[in-house]
Design a protein around this ligand. Sequence first.
Ligand SMILES: NC(=O)c1ccc[n+]([C@@H]2O[C@H](COP(=O)([O-])OP(=O)(O)OC[C@H]3O[C@@H](n4cnc5c(N)ncnc54)[C@H](O)[C@@H]3O)[C@@H](O)[C@H]2O)c1
Length: 307
Amino acid sequence: MKPKVTVVGAGNVGATAAQRIVEKELADVALIDIIAGVPQGKALDLMESAPVERFDSKMVGSNAYDVAAGSHVVVITAGVPRKPGMSRDDLVATNEGIVADVVRKVLPGSPDAVLIVVSNPLDAMCEVARRVSRLPRERVFGMAGVLDSARMRWFIAEALDVSVENTHAFVLGGHGDTMVPLPRFSTVAGIPIPELLPKEKIDAIVQRTRDGGVEIVNLLKTSAWYAPSAAVVEMVDAVLKDKKKILPCAAYLQGEYGMRDVYLGVPVKLGAGGVERIVEIALSSEEKAALEKSAEAVRELFRILKV
Ligand SMILES: NC(=O)c1ccc[n+]([C@@H]2O[C@H](COP(=O)([O-])OP(=O)(O)OC[C@H]3O[C@@H](n4cnc5c(N)ncnc54)[C@H](O)[C@@H]3O)[C@@H](O)[C@H]2O)c1
């Protein structure tokens, strides 16, 4: 049986993720949105590109959830994005209702699916999906760390004029101003960047990574989608192919890193079961304190959730 992925939200991130999934022939895709005509139109336009782009995966668009039934993975991008001057946290009240509604509608037809949350504020929306779905934590997690690490990787590759393929970067914590980029675990061909770049340059890369989202919002007047869609598709790929890939994802901690009952970006092993393991790495006291500060910012949002 061909794998099936539902992408909810046919906006910038959702439609581009759906495009990447069918172009790579990872799965057939059901694209769902509340705006009449938009998911249908985008799916049809994309299928009309298939003869030229040469893919045989199928995409259907709909405003109803019947087309989503039997999905292996559900990607939730429904919600409003940031405008200039807004933080991700400003979106909480609007997107909480949207994410809860999506989970209630999508789950009955796909009770075995893995849910990957993209809507912001990311860590809080993961918690909304977990509370509403009542699924085990293995099957409800969020995309942020792969994106934040990809941004950092690009800045490293650009600074050293090396292939992006040689770079590896490590960003932990919540998907917000308190995210924790870790230079000593960030490498080029296995060499930690503190051995390759001066401290001031590394500090600048760390800050630009933290501000990576806002830099794009200020340019585009809405949030990014090429890198976010690529990041979520890497996670979908790891689940569908049961790759057991270690990727930074927003996962629900139950004692790992000394924290409980909070979503936070940590390295996880992603496979067919979703988050199959949370990988714990030894952190310095400074790094640990930064992670705890990030968790506290996430918990603050949890407290104002209504679900
Ligand atoms: N986690 C990350 O790293 C990351 C990165 C980029 C964007 N985001 C977030 O992803 C979300 C989507 O961003 P975007 O740029 O694609 O926005 P967008 O406005 O282009 O698309 C959002 C889509 O969701 C749809 N939608 C709204 N309510 C819905 C509902 N109840 N059911 C189905 N669809 C619904 C809208 O009609 C719209 O088409 C935002 O919350 C944004 O902040 C997260």
